[in-house]
Design a protein around this ligand. Sequence first.
Ligand SMILES: Nc1ncnc2c1ncn2[C@@H]1O[C@H](COP(=O)(O)OP(=O)(O)OP(=O)(O)O)[C@@H](O)[C@H]1O
Ligand SMILES: [Mg+2]
Length: 236
Amino acid sequence: MKINVVVLDHVSKVYRVGVEDFTALHEVTLEVGEGAFMSIVGPSGSGKTTLLNLIGGLDRPTAGNISFRGRKLSEMSRDRLASYRRENIGFIFQTYNLLPVYSVYENVLFPLLLLGHRESEVRGKVMSLVQKVGLEPQVRKKPSELSGGQCQRVAIARALVKDPSLILADEPTANLDAENSFQILELMRDLNKQFQAAFLFSTHDEKVTRYISREVRLEDGRIMWDKRRNGHGELE
Ligand SMILES: Nc1ncnc2c1ncn2[C@@H]1O[C@H](COP(=O)(O)OP(=O)(O)OP(=O)(O)O)[C@@H](O)[C@H]1O
Ligand SMILES: [Mg+2]
């Protein structure tokens, strides 16, 4: 039986802009399977970030339902939704969002401290993630001493360290050159196989989409198509 991590059922999001309503998502129905590696593609303003934010519990839909492993986000209190995020979701952002005064090691450690772990218990785990993303030589450096690609590697390690079920990555390669974008996507694809986490990206970066096994196309807040990539890298 196919298991879904997240199910969206006719999800709409309406923003109030002044006195007018603007519908950013129209009745979006979508399933994200366990261990998926998929992307939301679409032009600027099509609703990609809105969709990821709703799935990540950073915002709530105006209508429709989002369930995470069968539990409805709409039935969670604000506090419960915050723990849902902390425990189950890893976020990767276009601009990395690292803590500037902390080292690579401390940035990756941070989510575990928030979950109540002691540093001495998780040191090995943090170091193994740092190693997996290839940053052992940089472990004591601060974000300002790293390249963009290296910063994104820290963000990936930080997202994975708490063993989340789902990684949400909003345009993770938008600030990287082609070479770094490929490397980051390859790294995420490897980690997707090694860890039990589904990866959901948003991107309009054509050059990285060939790495991604499923593409969902959004336009004006509506799903236009949902395609899977075959063994030859073609969508069908
Ligand atoms: N807080 C908000 N209030 C009002 N309108 C918003 C808000 N956030 C987003 N929107 C509108 O909703 C639409 C979808 O925005 P969203 O950020 O989800 O698009 P996107 O696909 O991520 O675009 P981009 O590729 O540029 O990041 C846009 O038209 C945007 O102007
Ligand atoms: Mg966006």
